[in-house]
Design a protein around this ligand. Sequence first.
Ligand code: NAP
Ligand code: ZN
Length: 352
Amino acid sequence: MVKAYGVFAADKSFQPMDIERRGVGPNDVEIQIAYCGICHSDLHTARNEWGGALYPCVPGHEIVGHVTAVGAQATGFKVGETVGVGCMVDSCLRCEACNAGEEHCCERMFVATYNSPSADAPGGHTLGGYSQRIVVRDRFVLKIRHPEAQLAAVAPLLCAGITTYSPLRHWKVGPGKKVGIVGIGGLGHMGLKLAHAMGAYVVAFTTSENKRQDALDLGANEVVVSRNADEMAKHAGSFDFILDTVAASHNLDAFTALLRRDGTLCLVGAPDHPHPSPNVMILLFGRKSIAGSLIGGIPETQEMLDFCAEHGIVADIEVIPAQDIDVAYDRMARSDVKYRFVIDNASLGAAA
Ligand code: NAP
Ligand code: ZN
């Protein structure tokens, strides 16, 4: 049994709970969790905004910590080592996608770190990183090569980092490319840092006037307040790639209109209500695409962590005790996040 914070229903507050972890199997790694980031997907799930939430719900898929036990066959890890776990804890490991190291595209659906039915989970479904310890199949455990002092700020890389890194790489963002990042929250602020480090010309799109200076500091060359039609019009037909991280339904035409010939608008935000149907005419003229992308595979997640370690990239964070999760969720829902909340898991041991 380990201490955790979770909710018993969509309309309930977070509360302390004791949860059971499975024993350490031959291929497993047991991790004492030091910090866990708070992703907007945690909020969508805990409040059942997407439907299908399983209760009790213990979210958390931006996990960093230290190895406390290693199964006999999990030879790549040793006790005490600093490691991370992202959005997946298992997959079929047999399909074409898994064989290609794209476990996030597993044809039999990967096992998510929380809210996945799983015979391996003592309660019948997985419970995430708002907890003291977790047991994970070795293949889904990542190596952290950042300095230990940055550990809390590394946590958000495990979801926000890979979710922005993967599409930026897939669509070959780099020098000579003009790239837009829409929504400057947890994902968006990582998108700015990563696209900048990859050498692109980066434009931040925000609905929050008060994030203008921050966006420049995070790596944007220009900032556009997307509610301002004149500012938007200046960029018509000029972007190679736009990454849309917005967590709410909105008009996509405003962004497809900014793409140049063969440009792509890639959606990573996952709103609970569909976006209005896009205007096809804008796509036809100039052969433009609307695409989607989900986190990234395990090899690419390790590549992203190593890229960030090499370039000194971490998230901008506010560390909170678990007792403040509800407050953090309410602030995140209002776009008042600068730019990721991270739980100090040592607080789980404290009285509620
Ligand atoms: P977040 O920290 O809350 O940031 C979202 C940002 O979107 C906000 O800070 C805000 O930025 C903007 N925004 C919010 N509501 C808006 C609205 N009504 N209109 C326009 N802009 C709005 O959330 P996050 O953790 O980055 O996650 C973003 C979305 O990505 C969520 O839906 C999440 O579930 C999803 N997600 C997807 C994946 C994947 O694999 N595809 C992975 C993780 C998360 P401004 O203040 O700058 O406007
Ligand atoms: Zn996430």
